[in-house]
Design a protein. Structure first.
Length: 230
């Protein structure tokens, strides 16, 4: 698979939104997750199997990116009450980043890509700032921990480099959302995500998929990848 560099250089980052937009441009490629995956375990008439090897790994990443892209698209299409101009710009940038992730993976997978997933955000009140941002925090923290947990499983150096560049973008998102929820605090790197050694949380794919489970309707299986401990 060809790893494409979509980075656009910005010499002066004058605001948090500018930093976020620069980060989105730095999305290179996405041979992201390694290892073996469990089933999502979600009941649905629809079904998709991730496949095996690198294709299975990329489809796992593609499934997660579909979830995030769908969420932020809904957030911007149905903005919560009194969403400030600044918050709308930030959330729009994050949406654009996640859509870029999704579309890159879809293109890289070609006819091996799983179908578009049906998602369920019925538990999210899109008219509530707290509900939207709390869900965003969940997704962003989950994304960072997913990259961290899978990095050790990668075999190719280029893939590890790409994953490192992408997880830094997800970390920018996570810190920004946390700051929106608790401005002027250290919540951006709270003890629930950063340990006493200054290291971020790492989760295995099984744990990541379990957390994503309530938001995905489509049954996604990993029959050819084997099991994996959470």
């Amino acid at each position: 698979m060809r790893i494409c560099d979509l980075e656009s250089e910005h010499q002066q980052a004058r605001s948090r939104r500018t930093v976020l937009k620069w980060a989105g441009g730095a999305i290179a490629a996405a041979a992201l997750f390694g290892g073996t995956l469990p089933n999502f375990g979600i009941s649905s008439a629809l079904a998709a199997d991730l496949g095996s090897g690198d294709i299975g790994i990329l489809n796992y990443a593609y499934a997660l990116e579909q979830l995030e892209a769908a969420f932020y698209t809904k957030v911007i299409d149905s903005p919560y009450g009194k969403m400030s101009k600044s918050e709308r710009e930030i959330l729009t940038d994050i949406r654009d980043h996640e859509v870029e992730h999704r579309e890159f993976l879809k293109g890289a997978l070609g006819d091996k890509a799983i179908p578009g997933l049906e998602v369920d955000f019925s538990k999210v009140n899109f008219k509530s700032r707290k509900s939207v941002l709390t869900t965003a925090k969940t997704f962003e923290d989950l994304g960072v921990s997913a990259y961290n947990g899978a990095g050790r499983l990668l075999k190719k150096g280029d893939y590890l480099l790409a994953a490192g560049r992408i997880v830094s973008v997800e970390a920018r998102h996570a810190a920004t959302i946390r700051d929106l929820l608790q401005p002027g605090t250290v919540a951006f790197a709270g003890p629930d995500v950063v340990d006493k050694n200054g290291l971020d949380v790492a989760r295995a794919p099984a744990a990541v998929l379990k957390a994503a489970d309530p938001f995905i309707v489509t049954k996604v299986t990993a029959k050819s990848l084997g099991g994996m401990k959470s």
